[in-house]
Design a protein around this ligand. Structure first.
Ligand SMILES: Cc1cc2nc3c(=O)[nH]c(=O)nc-3n(C[C@H](O)[C@H](O)[C@H](O)COP(=O)(O)OP(=O)(O)OC[C@H]3O[C@@H](n4cnc5c(N)ncnc54)[C@H](O)[C@@H]3O)c2cc1C
Length: 426
């Protein structure tokens, strides 16, 4: 075996990033994705791609120019407002215009974009998918089991239709929060973080609701208070752009509150229809009743696709004993809440470091024998340390943001030149 047979389970940002860097280094792989296509499910959400993590991975796949062409400058604009309407902080974000890749000593330079430019999740996935040969991604292929092949170092994958492709030397679980692959490495399951958000949108916001558009601005607009938060963000470009709000409630419960409990109603298991304006009014009055009138009006005018989202996480600093031929990247390895906005960046760094390990094994001809297993141990050791640190900062950021003076605390830390994922306190 000079080049190992590699399977990646999941075509999210983590799995696609890994495949793209491998392909850039002429190493083929196969991705199995349960969705029938890239647009089978609403992908939503905006992601900020950091200069020293996400952008490094894109650069290793030769995709910085593609990233520059779709990123949203100014998308990292931020407003922080107190619940009485006082604007505590306002920044316009990076406005540097994108330049084409420059040459330095005949070599293209990465030309990284300062700070944390935003990209919509579908746009990021599109760039990564376009970088791969079409045969790499097997859409509509849900993996139902992964088993060691007897008397061999290989793994066999079973798909939902009962078929089993030829065995693989390396299986990478990039299968997200509820990863099936993770069960081969640890019994740990995600647990409820304590925060549930009502997720509401206005599509084509500039056209449909210019007042919401003006309130949210080009990037993020955050309001935090004791056990409550309103997180508004812009998604998408220009006239097609949307606005989204996560209306977050933090509780002490170990399991997520039901929709009825959130409305203060007796819990008889009945469905709650969040598309009903009166239901959303009850929710807003109950949890945000003492917040300033304008923000309540804006929130209630965001009527598209309301969904309740309980947020889960894996324990901070989760590790496992390495097993030859199988590993994890992204949320499968270290699911965290979005309160420091780093999850995708950590996953892209996993992809970069794992790809570098595989490329080195192939170049040095050590993918045979124990080379791959030794590389995986090294990858996991580095990934545990790096992701553990980010998960700890995320957990701290979440605790801080839901305190009475959470907004002031975040601003104080930002005034020291730090970003939410660089917060070290307590
Ligand atoms: C509300 C919210 C806001 C966020 N905001 C930010 C942010 O601003 N910045 C940031 O850095 N991060 C953010 N994140 C985190 C970020 O979205 C995740 O870290 C990132 O999507 C993880 O990528 P992934 O590829 O590991 O997993 P996923 O994106 O979950 O992809 C997993 C893929 O695996 C597939 N799959 C699962 N099981 C199987 C199976 N058995 N067989 C085949 N395929 C399978 C799924 O269909 C999916 O396509 C946010 C997360 C949330 C929830």
């Amino acid at each position: 075996m000079s080049t190992p047979r590699i399977a990646i389970i999941g075509a999210g940002p983590g799995g696609l990033m890994l495949a793209s860097i491998l392909h850039h280094n002429n190493i083929p792989c196969t991705i199995f994705e349960r969705d029938s296509s890239a647009v089978a499910r609403a992908q939503g959400g905006t992601l900020d791609i950091h200069e020293y993590s996400g952008q490094q991975a894109l650069n290793a796949a030769g995709l910085m120019n593609e990233f520059r062409s779709v990123m949203r400058l100014g998308g990292d604009a931020m407003k922080i407002i107190r619940k009485d309407g006082t604007v505590l902080f306002e920044s316009d974000g990076e406005e540097e215009s994108p330049k084409a890749s420059e040459q330095q000593n005949g070599e293209p330079t990465a030309n990284f974009v300062k700070g944390r430019p935003e990209i919509d999740r579908p746009a990021l996935k599109d760039i990564l998918i376009a970088s791969l040969p079409t045969e790499t991604i097997h859409w509509g292929c849900k993996v139902t089991s992964i088993d060691p092949v007897a008397n061999s170092k290989q793994w066999s994958i079973e798909l939902e239709d009962g078929s089993r492709p030829a065995p693989f030397d390396l299986v990478v679980g990039a299968d997200g929060a509820w990863s099936r692959t993770r069960a081969l490495l640890t019994d740990q399951q995600p647990f409820y973080s304590g925060v549930t958000a009502l997720d509401v949108w206005v599509h084509k916001v500039d056209e449909v609701a210019p007042d919401v558009s003006a309130f949210v601005g080009l990037g993020n607009c955050f309001l935090w208070d004791t056990n409550r938060a309103l997180l508004f963000q812009r998604n998408g470009q220009g006239s097609e752009g949307d606005a989204r709000c996560y209306a977050c409630i933090k509780t002490d419960t170990k399991i997520p509150p039901t929709a009825q409990a959130l409305l203060g109603e007796a819990d008889d298991g009945a469905e709650v229809d969040w598309t009903d304006a009166r239901v959303r009014e009850r929710f807003v009055e109950r949890h945000f009743g003492d917040w300033f009138t304008e923000v309540k009006r804006i929130l209630l005018s965001m009527t598209d696709t309301p969904v309740l989202r309980p947020m889960y996480m894996l324990p901070v600093g989760l590790t496992w004993e390495s097993r030859p031929g199988i590993t994890l990247v992204g949320d499968a390895a270290h699911l965290m809440t979005p309160f420091a906005g780093v999850g995708v960046n950590v996953g892209m760094m996993d992809a970069l470091e794992l790809a570098q390990g595989i490329v080195t094994c192939v170049k040095e001809g050590t993918a045979d024998g124990d080379g791959l297993a030794v590389m995986l141990q090294k990858y996991e050791k580095g990934m545990f340390a790096r992701s553990g640190e980010e998960a700890a900062k995320t957990a701290s950021a979440m605790r801080m943001q839901f305190l009475e003076d959470g907004a002031e605390k975040v601003i104080k830390i930002m005034s020291q030149g730090l970003q939410p994922d660089e917060l070290v306190f307590e």
